[in-house]
Design a protein around this ligand. Structure first.
Ligand code: CTP
Length: 394
């Protein structure tokens, strides 16, 4: 996806400039044509020779001291993407206010290419309203932001403002450049845990919060798909996504089957496997002692979709496991006749239900499998969609 794409890598003067070296290497390894642009203060942290040696072209540092008489417009017009990592408060401020005070900001203002800004600064600076206002301005204009992490900062301090990991920045670049690859596709995503009624006030449920499903829906929409999100949770639909609210497995079953001709169906929801037999019409009173709950299986939506798969359709299942992840996921792939199983070990820290992060292994029916280490659910969603996109184009 990054092969031969022209990426301007802007590096500004922060202690995290050394991480831009790793990012440069990752981009070049992926086949991108990387042109580093360093500010004057960036060169106090990392020497330009390092980027010269790793990038696809010599490092650019100045509008005037450059073989091209108008380097900013040439760079801006020919870039497929510009990424600024790390981006200091000064750079963000200049860019947001249209001030071209060096080659990098001039290039940013001279481009129509997508821009990814990765802020890094001390917590006090990161939280300053001026910085946040400038970031909000950039976001409103369509600039992609990779939020900083919390962690160790320069001078032994700790807090928010640490540059995001090069892997996370790389994935955002990949997602931005893949923009539009789901154009014209219909995607159905299910999210959240189903609730199986016992009586009018009680239900059997599970811990799913729907975050991963929402992230898949949002990412598919951003990549151009027409997305329907069938959700059991009350969270607002991501912008541009059609939402269908359901509660039980039976309702989800009906809502999915109504749309079973979609190009892609991603079953992220934690559908209850069993439900109480018959729902008590009125609230069960405790005087009668603990009720005996008899359970019956719910319809297996994923298996039904797999059994009636349409030509060219891609069906993705999720598998939340607490043991034997690989063998369970592989058997699910075969048993349910689906194209992809995204398996996560929900017993691992920071993984699965309710967390903002996830770690998965993606199993494809052609036998390929890929481990995706711990990252945001949005980034996991992008990886899942990358896999789906590859299957769609054959
Ligand atoms: N699923 C479904 N309908 C159900 C149950 C699950 O469509 N009634 C889907 C989920 O949305 C998920 C996948 O099936 O995409 C995995 O669900 P899981 O319950 O883990 O699969 P099972 O085959 O039931 O295996 P297990 O024994 O682990 O429960």
């Amino acid at each position: 996806m990054l092969a031969n794409r022209r990426i301007v890598l802007g590096v500004t003067g922060g202690i995290a400039a050394y991480k831009a070296v790793l990012l440069c290497r990752m981009l070049v390894d992926a086949g991108a044509h990387v042109i580093p642009v360093m500010t004057e203060s960036a060169q106090r942290f990392v020497g330009r020779a390092t980027f010269d040696a790793l990038a696809s072209e010599p490092t650019r540092t100045s509008i005037f001291d450059d073989p091209d008489p108008i380097p900013h417009t040439t760079l801006g017009q020919t870039a497929d993407l510009i990424v600024v990592a790390p981006a200091t408060a000064r750079c963000i401020g200049s860019y947001a206010n249209g001030i071209s005070d060096d080659l990098l900001t001039a290039t940013l203002i001279a481009t129509k290419a997508p821009v990814v800004v990765c802020p890094a600064m001390h917590t006090e600076m990161w939280e300053h309203p001026a910085v946040q206002d400038n970031l909000a301005t950039l976001k409103k204009r369509g600039v992609h932001l990779v939020a900083p992490d919390e962690g160790r900062l320069a001078g032994g301090d700790s807090g928010a403002g640490r540059l995001a990991a090069p892997e996370a920045i790389y994935e955002t670049i990949e997602a931005v450049l893949s923009d539009g690859d789901f154009q014209g596709r219909t995607v159905v995503v299910t999210a959240g845990g189903t609730r199986e009624a016992i009586d009018p006030v009680r239900y059997v449920g599970n811990r799913s919060t729907g975050k991963q499903g929402y992230a898949v829906a949002e990412a598919a929409r951003a990549r151009g798909a027409h997305v329907t999100l069938i959700s059991t949770v009350s969270a607002e639909a991501p912008s541009g996504v059609e939402i269908v609210r359901v509660e039980s497995a039976a309702q989800m079953h009906a809502a999915v089957l109504e749309r079973s001709d979609a190009d892609v169906i991603v079953m992220t929801a934690a559908v209850a496997d069993f439900r109480p037999v018959g729902v008590a019409e009125s609230k069960i009173k405790k005087d009668a002692g603990p009720p005996k709950l008899e359970l019956e299986p719910t319809p297996d939506i994923l298996a039904e979709l797999g059994a009636e798969k349409k030509p060219g359709q891609v069906i993705v299942g999720f598998a939340a496991e607490t043991e034997d992840l690989v063998s369970h996921a592989q058997s699910k792939l075969e048993r349910k006749n689906v194209d992809v199983i995204v398996a996560n070990d929900v017993s691992a820290p920071q993984v699965g239900f309710a967390h903002d992060t996830n770690e998965v292994t993606i199993f494809v029916s052609d036998g390929c499998q890929r481990h995706v280490s711990l990252r945001s659910k949005r980034q996991i969603a992008e990886e899942v969609l990358n896999t789906v996109a590859q299957i769609l184009v054959g």
